[in-house]
Design a protein around this ligand. Sequence first.
Ligand code: ADP
Length: 577
Amino acid sequence: MKLPVAEAPQVRAYALELGRRHARPLGVVAALHVLAAVAGLAGPWLLGRLVDAVTAGTTTGEVNRLVALGAVAVLAQTALIRTAQRRSMVFGEGVFAELREEFVETLTRLPLSVVERAGTGDLVARTTNDVNKLQHAVRFGVPRVIVAVTTITLTVLACVLVAPLASLALFLGVPALVATVRWYLRRATPAYLRESAAYAVLDGTITETVEGARTVDALGLGARREARMDEDLREAFTAERRTLFLRSVLFPSVDLTFVLAPAAVLLWGGWLASQGQVTIGAVTTVVLYAYQMIGPVWELIFWLDEIQVATVSLARIVGVRLVEGDRTAGTAVPTDEHVVAAGVRYAYREGHDVLHGIDLDLRVGERLAVVGPSGAGKSTLGRMLAGIHPPTGGRVTVGGVPLVELPLEDLRGHVALVTQEHHVFVGSVADNLRLAREHAGDAELEDALRAVDALGWVRALPDGLATEVGSGGAVLTPAQAQQVALARLVLLDPHTLVLDEATSLLDPRAARHLERSLSAVLAGRTVVAIAHRLHTAHDADRVAVVDAGRISEIGPHEDLVAAGGEYAALWRSWQHT
Ligand code: ADP
């Protein structure tokens, strides 16, 4: 299952809306470029006048005057272009920054189930390749296209004003040009879409292989992964060849048109001049204009190509916005801290339930251990209880309100999931902590760190709370990263916590230390601990045994052991080891 790609009308609507939002700066930029283009038209026109003046016989003063005018025009053009380009660059950066922020916001709001199903490759490709391509187009393309379009329009206009009849020859190559460009554009979109998709798949394969390198090694999957990568590369190569072919037809045909236009004007204009229909000066002007247009037309076609690429990227980026949320926040407010699961079912794939109607009434403040064989559905149940995914059947409520009907910011203040994944974000330690409570003061942050026994090492960092961590910053040990995550929990202050193998990946020494931090966080909260070692189960108030998507037994440890059921058997075998 891939993430959606926006349709052309949706992309157009989005681009238009973006243009409308920035209509004023866009207008200013366009006006500046128009002025610059007008100044650029003065040169050939003055030269034409000069030719006519010389032909008719003139004075040195008149020649000097025309040359001086030309110099002024060139200077004015230079100044105008500089201002206009500066403005367009600043404008482009602003728009792009906005786009990027919107995109990140969309990404962080994506339902997790969608991300999991779509795979990370597609998402990574959209956040890197597609954003880069779009960035290039917005930064340089949009301003250049504005320049090219205004220059071409004004130059054609000027030609027609100077010598309407001679200008006719300018358009000789236009039908061929239009035909080629249309031929190209019709084929380009699918070709570039295919190219982007091929790279996304390739990215996915490489990322997965690198991330799972140890597994690949352990299971001897190397050859298979290589074969897959070869296949993905072949597809990328084929896709790239196709777009290259399209360009290799487009570019020479366009070049031909450019050679044709001035030549035609020269011949046709020369004949007209010999018939006395136009002056030689006017023909000179039009020929010069024709040459002057080559640059902008080329640029326009070049950017048409690039913008085509960028449009495809934009479609993929806007597509992410089309993913529907998996929940809608209501207004109901939980009346208490009582978490209840009723008839909860969940299917990762339609028709394949991994939970078959789970009822669970968490007592406020209790510690519940969830045990059971691997693959039984413990983690899935944990995710349901933490409101990560909406159940596909039944519901999980807190104080009478379904978890998935709480606004996300509120949800995390009620129930939080603690897993082994403890990501350190790029930024300062304080930034990492403030993700949980945006406006927390330094004192609050320090309290949270003290609570998890981490204040000592944070203070020992070069800049304390302000130390940059994450990729490129100070390196935190896994245990430290986990402590930062726990301090975030203290700041979030949820009344219910779901722990999923929170400490199982750490080395035992670190784990013991962390367990102390953890128990500080757990104090006074309702805790669901998905246990992989039974001694945690032993310490719990109640134990729930999950088997094949159902709770087969639930009760205090002693009761279950006395009952002599499944848990008793597990407990006995664990004690023997
Ligand atoms: P446990 O935590 O008890 O080991 P899980 O809740 O992880 O069990 O898994 C329960 C079932 O759901 C397993 O059959 C597993 O293969 C399946 N499953 C878990 N996560 C996913 C997922 N992201 N996509 C599809 N199936 C999944």
